[in-house]
Design a protein around this ligand. Structure first.
Ligand SMILES: [Zn+2]
Length: 255
């Protein structure tokens, strides 16, 4: 494996017509992909994709948008799914106070319950955070337990990057790094050690320049890597190599 897209919504409707072709392009590029669950349905689908394709692994979890559907039955099914060998993490979980599609107290309890599941099963987490940093940090700190995982689509400044890095998290960096307005993020990424960065697309969303505005797909993660290489004065292949190593180590992937 030369590349890993650590965050792809391959189950998304946007891939309905040509999912197999999109995945074939990943194989051609020697790219591994983490298919991320965001609901029970999409978690089941992520596991199904992982069982079908050698270069795909799954995470299972319920996104904060769907937190209002997290109940005891959902947690039982999630735990069952999470014990599949092809499931390498819990996510995407977290808080989203920007869209507020679930009540905030339900978001917080769903996050706590899924963080506990990750600890119980010894799996890393994929965290979603949008305008909810204070509560997210407070919840991560409250148990006193050490969580591990990735802050997906990190968009903060250097101070926030340091805070997550000090807690042991990796930063998931995607298309927004290539957007003209994101100078603060570029400064933060420039000073983040490369061994704590994961490449991601969040496809079909957040398409990097030069394809911004079109549907995103895993192979476009190269444009994010190019930007990181430029910022750090490294060769593209060194960025690919190290970020692949990081994802293999964090999620325990076997080639
Ligand atoms: Zn996502």
């Amino acid at each position: 494996m030369k590349w890993i897209d650590s965050h792809a919504h391959l189950d998304d409707r946007a891939f309905e017509a040509d999912r197999a072709t999109v995945i074939a392009r990943c194989s051609e590029a020697e790219m591994g992909v983490l298919a991320i669950g965001s609901s029970l349905r999409s978690s089941r689908e992520a596991v199904r994709l992982a069982s079908r394709y050698r270069n795909i692994w799954a995470t299972v979890g319920i996104h904060p948008h769907h937190a209002k559907f997290v109940d005891e039955a959902a947690l039982i099914e999630l735990k069952e799914l999470a014990q599949d060998d092809l499931v390498v993490g819990i996510g995407e979980i977290g808080l989203d106070y920007y869209r507020d599609l679930s009540p905030r107290d339900r978001q917080r309890s769903a996050l706590r319950q899924q963080l506990n599941l990750a600890i119980e099963l010894n799996l890393p987490v994929c965290l979603h955070n949008r305008e909810s940093t204070d509560d997210l940090l407070a919840i991560l700190k409250e148990t006193g337990k050490r969580h591990c995982g990735v802050v997906h689509s990190f968009l903060g400044d250097g101070t926030l990057a340091d805070e997550f890095l000090d807690m042991g998290f990796h930063l998931g960096i995607g298309g927004p790094l290539t957007f003209p307005g994101n100078e603060v993020l570029r400064v933060a990424v420039k000073r983040t050690p490369l061994d704590r960065i994961l490449l991601e697309t969040d496809c079909p969303y957040l398409t990097p320049v030069p394809y911004r505005g079109r549907r995103n797909e895993p192979v476009y993660v190269k444009y994010v890597a190019e930007e990181i290489a430029k910022l750090k004065g490294l060769a593209l292949q060194d960025v690919a190599k190290q970020t692949t190593k990081n994802a293999i180590r964090l999620f325990g992937l076997s080639d």
